[in-house]
Design a binder for this molecule. Structure first.
Ligand code: GTR
Length: 411
């Protein structure tokens, strides 16, 4: 007898550990010719570009390398922000003289108590710059936004001011001597299947010499992070060698791809990035390729969907994305209440990126055992699972600040 369920599309996520089918992960150190990478030079010259290209072809699309003529305009400068603890700068980034509609509004906080150049955390935000801090000098984004607090009919209202402040403890970060930079990902491309039609993938296609369907929303969001980095590196208050990428959830996926694409980022922090981010995709637990490409077809290149019911054929898995960050410090964080993101799959991904860090003489997560909650582990790849839901909390930030502090002291 044939079971008809064998032919049915899988639509529900598996959330039972015992039901995870067997899977095989590709070895990041195994080269196309079957030989194993043994030197950093082989990794840098042969294997790393090979793996990167596999991610371009199969997951995120081609990453345009055409230089753009950027210009920057400081639209607001407040030296007395956050009870005079910080200087707040708002900067508009332009990419093309012919189409000045393609803009990024960067919000930058710099600590006043520190003189000279400071390390800066950079991350995109979900609902507009006005959502990260309650400050009426920050314009409310007019762009399409996904559902959230203070969002009405996909547009931000006054009620969205500071609604994400708990995820952005800017005062705490500033008081530790770091800067914070953020921009709204929806300025780059509206997060919906047809968002590319009005976003940067269309606006800048002639400038970047790339067709919209050659890359993806995730690709262009990552590209935008690199352009924000271009700005930050020439701001005289920013330590250009210490721009620390941070991203939560879908924005964590984009942060990982940006970090893999641009070695100028000093460090990458993935907060619950899940499927298509830090989590393994061949391990069928939580969100999987079938579900994510059905709900968010625009996030990835069309090719990715072809692996939806055939992950075994996918030549990469996400531990290889993490390995592209090596030897830079990498933090992967999960939450116990966020099984959708597959915490164990994020840990195993971090664990399986370790051989590449070891090639550089760097220690990774350093344990095979899935850690208990609130027990961060690892040196150059650090991992934690905390209790609580899908979110960015003060616990998460405290770990990131300690991690950055430790690695800066080691420099
Ligand atoms: C979910 C999606 C996840 C994650 C999350 C988020 O709907 O399934 O992959 O990206 O959104 O961004 O909060």
């Amino acid at each position: 007898l044939f079971s008809i369920t064998a032919f049915a599309q899988r639509t529900e996520a598996n959330l039972t550990e015992a039901n995870v089918p067997a899977y095989t992960l590709p070895d990041p150190l195994q080269m196309a010719d079957g030989k194993t990478v043994t030197t950093v030079q082989q990794w840098n010259k042969v294997q790393r570009p090979y793996i990167y290209h596999l991610f371009e072809t199969n997951v995120y699309g081609r990453f345009p390398r055409t230089p753009v003529q950027m210009s920057f305009k400081v639209t607001s400068l407040n030296p007395y922000a956050l009870d005079s603890l910080a200087t707040c700068k708002q900067i508009t980034l332009y990419f093309n003289r012919a189409d000045t509609n393609a803009q990024i509004h960067l919000l930058l906080y710099l600590p006043n108590k520190v003189r000279g150049q400071v390390p800066v955390f950079l991350g995109m935000n979900f609902y507009g710059n006005q959502s990260v801090v309650d400050d009426t000098t920050i314009p409310i984004t007019p762009h399409y936004t996904v559902k959230g607090p203070g969002i009405v009919d996909n547009h931000a209202t006054e009620a969205s001011r500071g609604a994400q402040a708990s995820q952005w403890p800017i005062k705490d970060i500033i008081s530790r001597g770091y800067g914070v930079a953020t921009f709204f990902y929806g300025e780059v491309e509206a997060d919906k299947p047809d968002g590319w039609q009005t976003g940067f993938r269309t606006q800048l296609k002639d400038v970047l010499h790339i067709e919209p369907q050659e890359w993806s929303a995730m690709g262009v969001w990552a590209w935008a992070l690199c352009r924000a980095l271009d700005y930050l590196r020439q701001d005289r208050r920013v330590n250009e060698d210490l721009v620390l990428l941070m991203g939560h959830s879908r924005l964590g996926k984009a942060a990982l791809w940006a970090g893999a694409s641009d070695p100028r980022f000093a460090m990458v922090i993935s907060n619950e990035s899940g499927e298509g981010g830090a989590a393994l995709s061949k391990r069928d637990y939580g969100e999987n390729i079938e579900i994510i490409t059905r709900n968010f077809p625009h996030w990835f290149v069309a090719n990715y969907k072809t692996f939806a019911n055939n992950t075994a054929a996918l030549p990469v898995d996400q531990h290889m994305l993490l390995s592209l960050i090596a030897p830079r410090p990498l933090y992967v964080a999960s939450a116990e209440g966020d099984q959708w993101s597959d915490p164990r799959g994020e840990f195993l991904s971090a664990r399986n990126a370790e051989p590449v860090y070891k090639l550089f003489g760097k220690e990774g997560v350093g344990t095979e055992t899935f850690p208990h909650v609130q027990q961060p582990t690892g040196e150059f790849i650090r991992y934690h699972i905390r209790s609580g839901k899908h979110d960015v909390t003060s616990y998460d930030w405290e770990q990131y600040l300690q991690f950055v502090g430790k690695h800066m002291a080691m420099r």
